[in-house]
Every structure is written in structure tokens, then in C-alpha cells.
Write a protein that binds this ligand. Sequence first.
Ligand code: HEC
Length: 161
Amino acid sequence: MRSNVVMIFSATCLAGVVSAGAVFADAHSDRQALMRSNNAAYNALDAQVVGILDPATVKAQAQILIDNGAKIAVLFAPDSDQNDAGAQKAVWTDAAGFKAANDKFIADAKTFLTAPDRIAMAHALVTVQADCAACHKTYRVMPPAPAGRGGRGPAPPPADQ
Ligand code: HEC
């Protein structure tokens, strides 16, 4: 009887530890999922510039970026989980700077909605990509660069040397 109580108690403790771990994992994976959606929307807009320009697609994909900007503000809020190996501590120690970078991203993503032609679209793409990169430079822990060309291992030595 007594050992059963001990077993139940330790099982409860273990469940607690596991779920606490899951909370940490979730903040990071929610943020990753959001950023991957940024990447997909950006690439869809990029494809519009060289392919058939469909205003409805541009509007929908731009709206994803704009909505993602609002979600970034929530997922990286001052009281959100800071135990994230992919995010610099500066996200929270410099919350005003992070907000400014995100606000600029949202404002620039909105320019897709009024871009009259491919030239304007191309300008918006360059500007928004610079916003992604600017925020990453300060607030993201960049993964190590893949080894060699295409990340498939070290580059072969030049043929003539
Ligand atoms: C305001 C800041 C900010 C902006 C704007 C921003 N990002 Fe990010 N991004 C981050 C941070 C911080 C991380 C690291 C998240 C983590 O690991 O928890 C990240 C991670 C990523 C990742 C890696 C996701 C993974 O699977 O690990 C990709 C891809 C990415 N961003 C794409 C983009 C693209 C594309 C844009 C623009 C269209 C963009 N981001 C705009 C801050 C930003």
C-alpha cells in the first residue's frame, strides 16, 4: 500500500517535469513554425514577381506576413519564455529595439498591398528581406553555416590545383 503511494507520487512528479519541459519546447517550436510561415509567404511573393502576377495571391501572402508580425509581438512578449536557444537575450533586454524592428517589418509588409506593379513588388521584397535580416542579426542565434557548397560537406579542392 505504502509503496503504491510512493509510486503514484513519483509518477506525478515525473509528469510535472515532463510537462514543464514541454512548455519550454513549445515556445521555441511555435516561434520556429511562425518564422517558417514567414519564409513560405516571402517565397510565394518572390515567385509572383517572376511568374504570373496574381493580385489575390499577393494580397493573401502579404496578409500572412502582416499577421505574423502581430504574432511575433505575442510570441516574443516581455513575459514569454526566454529559455530559447534560437533567440538572443536581446529580444527581452532590448524589447523596445525588438518591437521597432518588428513594427518596421509589419509596415514594410503592408506596402505589398498597394504595390502597383512588379517593380514596386521587387522593391518591397528587397525591403522586407532586409527587415528579416536586420532582426535576425541582432535577435536570432544564427545556426552555424553549413560546410561546403550546398551544405553537403566540404567543397572539393579546385580541379587545377
Ligand atoms: C522582429 C524580429 C524578426 C523578424 C522581423 C523576422 N524574424 Fe525570423 N526569426 C527571429 C528570431 C528571434 C528567430 C529565432 C526563433 C527561435 O529559434 O525561437 C527567427 C528565426 C527564423 C527562422 C528559423 C526558423 C527555424 O526553423 O529555426 C527563419 C526561417 C526565419 N526566422 C525567417 C524569417 C523571414 C523570412 C522573415 C521575414 C519575412 C523573418 N524571419 C522576420 C526574428 C525575426
